[in-house]
Design a binder for this molecule. Structure first.
Ligand code: CMP
Length: 153
């Protein structure tokens, strides 16, 4: 089973979309293994967006991400990385297809409501960045045998 980091960005909180978006992941069958509210600071942002540091939008993005708390979570499931990316949609809300989270709830390149890990390697790095071991929970989700066939678990 793969795990993906998800971040409900400050626009999702301010627009009251956290529950609605979380529901998209839950109803797909993904298992929530960790979740908490944090206010991102410069150190975390520089780390998390290190690949965007030289981009012209970085300062604006950092200001937006510090404007209110975010909710970070980890979801688990078969092929979770690509499944979550498909649910989330294209980066810019105005490019994202209707039916995806960004396609339904964002009109912006910056305020795109949610972040999701883009590969297994990034997910491993991002999960450790935001969560300590004891903040991730290993439990048996009771619907497992109805979400997956026996040979898929
Ligand atoms: P995400 O893909 O989660 O991580 C990088 C973030 O940078 C992206 O979401 C957007 O929030 C932001 N971003 C990407 N491209 C632009 C852009 N052209 N202008 C402003 N913000 C952007």
């Amino acid at each position: 089973m793969e795990r993906s980091l998800i971040i409900f960005k400050p626009d999702a909180l301010n627009r009251g979309l956290v529950g609605t978006i979380l529901n998209r992941f839950e109803r797909k069958g993904l298992k929530l293994v960790g979740m908490k509210m944090i206010h991102l600071d410069d150190d975390l942002l520089c780390d998390h967006y290190s690949h965007h540091k030289e981009k012209p939008f970085f300062e604006r993005l950092a200001k937006f991400m510090k404007s209110a708390p975010s909710i970070v979570g980890v979801v688990e499931g078969n092929n979770a990385i690509s499944v979550v990316r498909d649910l989330v949609g294209e980066t810019k809300g105005y490019d994202a297809r209707a039916g995806t989270i960004r396609g339904d709830f964002s009109l912006s390149g910056q305020c795109n409501v949610i972040h999701a890990s883009d590969s297994v390697v990034s997910a491993d790095i991002e999960i450790v960045r935001f969560f300590k071991d004891h903040e991730l929970f290993d439990y048996e989700k009771v619907d497992l045998n109805y979400v997956y066939a026996e040979d898929e678990i």
